[in-house]
Ligand binder design. Structure first.
Ligand code: IPM
Ligand code: MG
Length: 367
């Protein structure tokens, strides 16, 4: 049997720093769990632009299509702010999502007990939080046509198009209902059906899919602006939230802060099953490239390590190992290990990115 394959794309900013810590966990799986991956590494984002003049080379795209899973760090940075839109670092990530057809973006927001004090919200509002945002990732206003900036009369006009087909809505709704069945069996769908036709269709199709195949799951609907408010008012009312590409982008950043830090939130982007039965998949932390702390060993590697745990669970059917990684993270946090982003009200001394990685390995060894 051949080893499962991983393509690592560290990308820009703190991407390479946090990915170095994930590599320790990957190596640990080979040594201690008889789970060896064939790992290759390549460039994405600004790093790819610097070498190839594009944020994702065709060869890298082809490799991503072939491997069992892609692990991505982060893309973007101030050095690339003035680049033409078509070659901005973010276009590399969006190309991966689109060409691999990774329509289902899973963003679990969990508040570890040890961090309940660190959220900007009161402890009792976030303690024990465990929600899953399911964001549609390959359509909507991110990709809709027409788009662009053109001139009308004597002024410029910027255009983007929110567009969803029934089948695009139906497949993400199914993903959300399937996930809910493995959790607390509740789905809240968010759109703006009060002002957008695409929102009306979204609500209709989610309701149809529910009636047809998932009536055992509890379904509710909410306008996305109210959803944002409810997420900070009483986030524990939710189990699974399903929403479109743009609302999902915004709501998941808000949800991240409920966990104490954006440095804690992992994600999985999944597509249709490949020939080997595994879904097309890319795993990445929700945080960005964090140029303000790049190169200072301050970044929190936990979101990226937890993204690898999601890969173990969703791509490689190794839920046991995924849980081991998650419990190791929980343990080091309970023991008080903190990177700078996790400094609570009473301060303390932050540890470095690699010290956090080492602490997680030590916890894995001790388990
Ligand atoms: C995210 C990011 C991306 C997005 C950017 C980097 C293109 O914010 O994954 O949430 O907007 O989807
Ligand atoms: Mg975002």
């Amino acid at each position: 049997m051949t080893n499962p394959s991983l393509l690592i794309l560290p990308g820009d900013g703190i991407g390479p720093e946090v990915m170095a810590e994930v590599r320790k966990v990957i190596a640990w799986m080979g040594e201690k769990r008889d789970l060896t991956f064939d790992v290759s590494e390549d460039l994405v984002g600004g790093a790819a632009y610097d070498k190839h003049g594009v944020p994702l080379a065709d060869e890298t795209m082809a490799k991503a299509q072939e491997v069992d899973a892609v692990l991505l760090g982060a893309v973007g940075g101030p050095a690339y702010d003035d680049l033409d839109f078509s070659v901005k670092p973010e276009r590399g990530l969006l190309r991966l999502r689109k060409e691999m057809d990774l329509f289902a973006n899973l963003r679990p927001a969990q508040c570890f007990d040890a961090l309940a004090d660190f959220s900007s919200l009161k402890k009792d509002i976030v303690a024990g939080l465990d929600i899953m945002i399911v964001r549609e990732l390959t359509s909507g206003v991110y990709f809709g046509e027409p788009r662009g900036i053109h001139t009308e009369g004597n002024e410029r006009v910027g255009i983007n198009t929110q567009r969803y087909t029934e089948s695009e809505i139906a497949r993400i709704a199914k993903s959300a209902f399937e996930l809910a069945r493995k959790r607390d069996n509740r789905v809240c769908s968010m759109e703006k059906a009060n002002v957008m036709e695409s929102g009306i269709l979204w609500r209709d199709v989610v309701t149809e899919v529910h009636e047809k195949d998932y009536s055992d799951v509890e379904l509710s609907h909410m306008y996305a602006d109210n959803g944002a408010m409810q997420l900070v008012r009483n986030p524990k009312q939710f189990d699974v939230i399903v929403t479109d590409n743009l609302f999902g982008d915004i709501l998941s950043d808000a949800a991240a802060m409920l966990t104490g830090s954006l440095g804690m939130l992992p994600s999985a982007s999944l597509g249709a099953p490949m020939e080997n039965g595994r879904p097309k998949a890319l795993y990445e932390p929700v945080h960005g490239s964090a140029p303000d702390i790049t190169g200072q060993s301050k970044a929190n590697p936990i979101a990226c390590i937890l993204s690898f745990a999601m890969a173990l669970r969703y791509s490689f059917d190794r839920g046991e190992e995924a849980t081991m990684v998650e419990q190791a993270v929980e343990k080091v946090l309970a023991d008080g290990a903190r990177t700078g982003d996790l400094m609570g009200p009473d301060g303390g001394t932050p540890i470095s990115t690699s010290e956090m990685g080492d602490a997680i390995i030590a916890a894995l060894n001790a388990a």
